[in-house]
Design a protein around this ligand. Structure first.
Ligand SMILES: *Cc1c(COP(=O)(O)O)cnc(C)c1O
Length: 487
């Protein structure tokens, strides 16, 4: 190796920097190992840059005239500046690693990429109450005996749906795998070809089925499946009949499918259990918000399904969870399966789910208490008024007119999302902005980088904020973030 160039030696050493006063607050905040790690990287980059610069200077005849930048920058790079650089990178790293709150301006209520349902205040309080300490997860405080995990949640689920028994796992994908593994591993599960769904890219029914050890037995065709198709497929090897709510698509036109009632009748007469995956898991009728055909858990239980599956963080508006309802014998088999242990939920989920379910005991008030239902229940006229107020607040900002074309209040459509009825929409109102000084994509990027981040939609040469998914208490923050993003 060559002698290190003289300029390079002017960078401070790691040991001198890390013990300096300039680095003390950083070490306090991030810990010594993380700061040393980042400091090494920053110094290595400086060294690299200086070497390249000085080599190119060496090869030129007269460097002094305009080539004094690198050497000068070395002399100027004191410990203060160095610690600032390291701090910026550590801050950025921490920010990009942690989950950050987002104002959802997409109009998609159950946006999987944005964490689906926002939690009720009661659910958040319940999480906070058990998070820091211990909780009675498997201890019956009255008797002092070890009890079943999550008894309170199970009891609430049974009360609200009329089911005999219930068990909660991590999500509906887990609920599906576990139920199939426990009830039908090594046996055939009969499903209509019109219901081999894919949800969110990762949940594909044929693959989920394979993972459970059950054998997929497809019947019927994409658009037509009759009860006879199921009846003829039942045999020695049959483990279950599975009915899946096609939550994120519709088959229209020349179609025919089998109702749960028919399937239950068939299952009963042949001694085969019927599993109903209802997907979103509404506990109240969504027709009141203009969404038809969302199956109710209660209705599936009443119709006689042996097992009913749904998510906790879709239409129920609770934490991520998979809910399995059914008869006692079926639920006990599911609970005893070794996979149940691998899919069980923690105390935080149990606390949040119990608190959310508690709200449904007063169904008249859920459109005030469950945030998802509150967003859905907001009349479109109210969204319009808020959009107009937002626009008024924006146009009143001093530099707004220079940065934006006239903002518009335009009608939009809210969607349930999260794998629910894409064809059904709810009327909504939007604020549409066209920045002048920067491009639309750059504007959207700045809003995503803001605190809180705002995620909207870019289309039709505008940036759209759909108020269907924005809580009224966020309106003031929206104005603040929007005005800062153009500066
Ligand atoms: C959403 C959905 C699932 C997957 O549920 P997760 O809770 O996301 O795992 C499974 N089946 C149906 C019908 C669904 O709509």
């Amino acid at each position: 190796m060559n002698e290190p160039h003289a300029v390079v030696r002017r960078l401070p050493s790691v040991s001198r920097a890390i013990d300096s006063e300039a680095f003390a607050p950083l070490v306090d905040r991030y810990g010594r190992p993380a700061v040393i790690d980042e400091l090494r990287k920053v110094l290595a980059e400086h060294r690299e840059r200086l070497l390249t610069a000085s080599h190119s200077l060496d090869s030129r005849p007269g460097p002094a005239a305009n080539g004094n930048a690198p050497a000068a920058s070395v002399r100027e790079l004191g410990l203060g500046a160095l610690s600032e650089q390291v701090q910026q990178r550590l801050d950025r790293r921490r920010r990009s690693r942690s989950l950050r709150p987002v104002i959802n301006g997409t109009g998609i209520l159950l946006h999987t990429g944005l964490g689906r349902a926002p939690l009720a205040r009661e659910a958040i309080d319940a999480i906070a109450a058990v998070a820091a300490g211990y909780a009675s997860v498997e201890l019956d405080l009255e008797s002092g005996q070890r009890g079943r995990r999550a008894r309170a949640v199970d009891e609430l689920l049974c009360e609200l749906t009329g089911a005999e028994a219930a068990v909660v796992v991590n999500n509906n994908a887990a609920a599906t795998v576990l139920s199939l593994a426990a009830l039908a591993a090594g046996r055939e599960v009969i499903v209509s070809r019109g219901e081999l769904i894919e949800i969110g890219g990762q949940f594909r029914l044929p693959e989920i089925m394979a993972a459970s050890g059950a054998v997929l037995r497809e019947v019927g065709s994409t658009n037509k499946t009759r009860i006879d198709d199921y009846a003829q497929a039942i045999g020695e090897a049959t483990g279950a009949l599975l009915l899946v709510h096609p939550s994120n698509y519709v088959v229209v036109g020349f179609t025919e499918h089998v109702s749960l009632d028919e399937l239950v009748r068939l299952g009963r007469s042949r001694g085969v259990p019927v599993i109903h995956d209802i997907g979103s898991g509404a506990l109240v009728d969504f027709a009141q918000f203009g969404f038809r055909d969302e199956p109710l858990a209660e209705r599936s239980i009443a119709a006689g399904a042996d097992v009913v599956l749904f998510s906790g963080d879709k239409l129920l508006g609770g934490p991520q969870a998979g809910i399995i309802l059914g008869g006692r014998a079926a639920i006990e088999r599911i609970e005893r399966h070794p996979l149940a242990r691998a899919m069980r939920v923690d105390k935080l989920t149990l606390a949040a789910l119990a608190a959310t379910l508690e709200l449904y005991r007063d169904p008249q008030r859920t459109s005030g208490t469950v945030p998802l239902l509150r967003l859905l229940a907001t009349p479109a006229a109210e969204l319009r008024t808020r959009a107009e107020r937002l626009v008024a607040a924006l146009t009143a900002l001093p530099a707004f007119a220079e940065s934006f074309a006239e903002p518009e209040v335009l009608p939009g459509h809210g969607y349930l999302g999260g794998g629910a009825v894409p064809t059904q929409q709810q009327a909504s109102w939007c604020v549409a902005l066209s920045p002048r000084s920067i491009g639309l994509d750059e504007f959207a990027r700045r809003l995503r980088a803001a605190r809180p981040a705002i995620v909207g939609r870019v289309h039709d040469q505008r940036w759209w904020l759909d108020l269907r998914t924005v809580f009224p208490e966020q309106d003031a923050e929206v104005v603040g973030v929007l005005s800062a993003a153009t500066r």
